[in-house]
Every structure is written in structure tokens, then in C-alpha cells.
Design a binder for this molecule. Structure first.
Ligand code: PMV
Length: 312
């Protein structure tokens, strides 16, 4: 039996300027430019893909558990994109392991589809460049196209690009506060479609977000932490206001999320040392500098009980 097998890892990323809304639903072309930082190995996915003509269908083992429902369907649809693009006929066995605890409420689609895209092309012996790889990962999940790069990344059209290497600002860290282990009630795919269709606040966002992208790029370029923190908090607030304005409204933040926002404001009283940002879920990403990681984590644990912290 001839099998083609490879393993690859990719880290998750946190969007400083959020992608939300698609121009093309099937191809996943974003309505707006996003900017992100790729995280460390502590928030990564390692995936092994085996293609074989002996496999009657695709299979997925995620964190040691055989998946049969929606998750397998998404993976299989992504493998269909690969099969069609590269004229491949075999089915695949996919085995994926996250470095962070299972069921901790951390989204893994960005690292998951980036690792799957990387492992698949390697297994099939297809030589493609980074941009093409990014475009491929995008078909699994939009945010995955940014995770094929390390460092600081921007995404506007069909692929993402690195704007700065990780070594440009290695002190910048993400203190992830995991406050809910539940899977999110509404997928980002469905929620963003609804926002595009119904929110006036979102229409306004589209007119200002490009300027904010430039400010964030400048803040990263100049390593201006207060400007970065202020701008990412602004973007996160605006993003969640658009969700609230969606009809019917979408709520991802919980009471604990708001407590974290208050704690961040208190920590920034004398000097801006931390900025919050929230994706499509209640967990907080607290962006700070290496020298403040311990005190930020400690402060949050003292303010809010029952949370776990991952440093990305
Ligand atoms: O590509 P998805 O479905 O993981 O959507 C990502 C949406 C946000 O995480 C909220 C923003 C972003 O740019 O990562």
C-alpha cells in the first residue's frame, strides 16, 4: 500500500485588527484588512496527514478522539479543495493534537487549518510558496491564512503576508485568560454573515478600519506599546459593538470578560502596560510586554476566580 504521509505544526494567531465578514462566502475573501501576531508553541496544533488509495473516506482524530460530525465534515471539505486543486484522488487520515488543553474553550481553527494545509502539501510532495500556502489555508478558515507565518501578519485579499519577523518585537506577549470551556454557541461563520447583512455599525466600521490598520502597523513598526494597546482595545470594542448591533444580536462577552476589561483599565492607571482584545468568544487576550506578563497574570487571577491562563 502506497501512503503519502507528513507532519506539520502551526501556531494560533491573535488579531489586533479583526477580520469580520466575507466578500465571497465560499472562497473566504475578507471584507476588511486584518493584522495579527502569531503566537508561541504553547498555542499550536501539530497535524499528521496520511493520504492512501486504500482509505474509503477521510477520517479525523482530534486530541486522541475520533471525530465523526461537523469537525470531520469541515476537514473533509478542506481536503476536497486540495484534491480538486492538485488533482489528488486519495482520501486522508488526519491526526491532530493541540498543545493547549482540550475543551478549554480556545479556538483552534487558525492553527488547525494552517497545520493541515502545511502537512497536506508536504505529504503530497507539492512545492508551493508561502503566499499560495496561505491562500490554501484560507479555504479552511479565514484566520488560518495568517498562521502560516510567524511574527506580525496582515491579510487583505486572497493571501496573508508577513509585515515583521517575530524577532522585530519578541517581548510582545499574549496572556490568554480562558474563562469559558464551552464551545461557542454560534460559529464565527454564521455570526459574521449576519453582521454583514444587518448591522449599520458594521457598515461604519468598514469606513474606518483601514486607517486603524495603518495605525497598528505603525505602532508595531515603532514598537509603540501604548499606541498599540489603545488601538487594539478600540478595535475589539468596536467589533463587539457591531455584534451587539447585529439583528438578532450576537453576544460573546460574559460578565467575567467585562471584569477583565475593568482590571485592565485599573492596571493602566499610571502607565499603559496591557491591552485587551476578544475574538468570537469570552476569553481575553491580554497583550503586554514580557516584563509585565507575571504581574498581569497575577492581577487577573486575584480579580477573577476560576480562570486558567496560557501565555502565548
Ligand atoms: O476565520 P475564523 O472563522 O476563525 O474567524 C476569525 C474571526 C476573529 O477571530 C473574530 C477575528 C480574526 O481576525 O481572527
Amino acid at each position: 500500500m502506497q501512503t503519502k504521509k507528513a507532519t506539520a505544526s502551526a501556531s494560533s494567531n491573535i488579531a489586533f485588527i479583526k477580520y469580520w465578514g466575507k466578500k465571497d462566502e465560499e472562497k473566504i475573501i475578507p471584507m476588511n484588512t486584518s493584522v495579527s501576531m502569531t503566537l508561541r508553541d504553547s498555542v499550536s496544533t501539530t497535524t499528521t496527514v496520511t493520504f492512501s488509495s486504500q482509505f474509503p473516506k477521510d477520517t479525523l482524530v482530534l486530541n486522541g478522539k475520533k471525530e465523526v460530525g461537523k469537525k470531520l465534515e469541515k476537514v473533509s471539505q478542506f481536503l476536497d479543495v486540495i484534491r480538486k486543486k492538485f488533482a489528488v484522488h486519495e482520501h486522508a487520515a488526519v491526526e491532530s493534537q493541540n498543545s493547549f488543553p482540550t475543551g478549554c474553550g480556545m479556538a483552534s481553527s487558525a492553527s488547525g487549518f494552517a497545520a493541515l494545509a502545511m502537512a497536506s502539501v508536504e505529504a503530497l510532495g507539492i512545492a508551493i510558496g508561502k503566499k499560495e500556502l496561505s491562500a490554501l489555508a484560507r479555504r479552511g478558515s479565514g484566520s488560518a491564512c495568517r498562521s502560516v507565518y510567524t511574527g506580525f501578519v496582515t491579510w487583505s485579499g486572497s493571501f496573508a503576508e508577513q509585515i515583521y519577523e517575530k524577532s522585530h518585537w519578541p517581548e510582545l506577549r499574549d496572556v490568554i485568560v480562558v474563562i469559558d470551556a464551552e464551545e461557542k454557541k454560534m460559529s464565527s461563520r454564521d455570526a459574521m454573515k449576519r453582521t454583514v447583512e444587518t448591522s449599520g455599525a458594521y457598515k461604519k466600521r468598514l469606513t474606518v478600519v483601514d486607517d486603524r490598520v495603518e495605525v497598528v502597523k505603525q505602532a508595531i513598526g515603532q514598537k509603540d506599546f501604548p499606541l498599540l494597546a489603545k488601538t487594539i482595545m478600540e478595535d475589539s470594542d468596536e467589533f463587539h459593538a457591531c455584534l451587539k448591533d447585529t439583528k438578532p444580536s450576537v453576544t460573546y462577552l460574559t460578565e467575567k470578560s467585562y471584569k477583565i476589561i475593568d482590571a485592565v483599565r485599573r492596571m493602566n492607571t499610571d502607565q499603559v502596560i496591557v491591552g485587551y482584545t476578544f475574538d468570537a468568544g469570552p476569553n481575553a487576550h491580554l497583550i503586554t510586554l514580557e516584563e509585565h506578563v507575571e504581574s498581569v497574570a497575577q492581577n487577573i487571577k486575584e480579580c477573577i476566580g476560576g480562570v486558567s491562563i496560557i501565555i502565548g
